[in-house]
Design a protein around this ligand. Structure first.
Ligand code: TZP
Ligand code: MG
Length: 211
């Protein structure tokens, strides 16, 4: 059952890929386009700048009825009362993140294999990232693509909410959904689009046609 990520598109920020626009500008466009889950993921900014942006994004996402997740920075997530945090395999363990942010918040964990999926469930993650489905240049320390095999394993065997990620584009999003993805995460395809609202609408139509 998909509860936490009960939406078709999971959007992430990346100012470096935003074609000269700020993350606040791009997020505003994504929220106006109806995005309902937004992850703040800025790898090259200083903590003070990130906090300032997250304060603004918390207000904007709340007004838009959008779930707001902060990547990596549990302290910033707590300071702005984000809805949750997203961590990777080499970040703090899920149990310790839970001790910090409390039971009412969302913890997402990136996973790349069936073992990591089972481990995420055992540790109490609220959702898992599944990927990278395809090769991507967006993430620097990315592992080899997992393809559809791991996605299909998750879909067939586990109820934990999941989001497919990595190299998902307008041209392949329908195929990812046909392979079982309930929710698709995209970075470059959305933040890099000239017309963000148009891109989100086209992605939605592709996803709907594949369901
Ligand atoms: N985690 C796995 S792949 C990835 C992250 C954050 C980046 C995905 O970016 P894009 O541009 O949608 O391929
Ligand atoms: Mg991380």
């Amino acid at each position: 059952m998909q509860r936490v990520l009960d939406t078709d598109i999971y959007a992430l920020t990346d100012e470096g890929l935003s074609a000269g626009r700020t993350t606040i500008e791009v997020s505003d466009a994504m929220l106006k386009a109806g995005i309902k889950v937004l992850q703040y993921r800025e790898k090259d900014k200083k903590a003070g700048a990130m906090l300032e942006e997250c304060v603004a994004l918390r207000r904007m996402t709340r007004e838009a009825g959008c779930t707001f997740i902060v990547n990596d920075h549990i302290d910033i997530a707590m300071l702005v009362d984000a809805d949750g945090v997203h961590v990777g395999q080499e970040d703090l363990p899920v149990e310790e993140v839970r001790r910090l942010i409390g039971p009412g918040k969302i913890i997402g964990l990136s996973t790349h294999s069936p073992e990591q999926c089972r481990d995420a469930i055992a540790r109490g993650a609220d959702y898992i990232g599944v990927g990278p489905i395809f090769a991507t240049k967006t993430k620097k320390d990315v592992c080899a693509p997992v393809g559809y095999e791991y996605l299909e394993y998750v879909v067939k065997n586990h109820d934990i909410p999941h989001v497919a990620i990595g190299g998902i584009k307008l041209h392949n999003v329908a195929d990812v959904v046909r392979h079982g993805a309930r929710c698709c995460a995209l970075v470059s395809e959305i933040v890099g689009a000239d017309d963000i609202a148009g891109m989100v609408a086209r992605l939605r139509a592709e996803i709907a046609s594949a369901r």
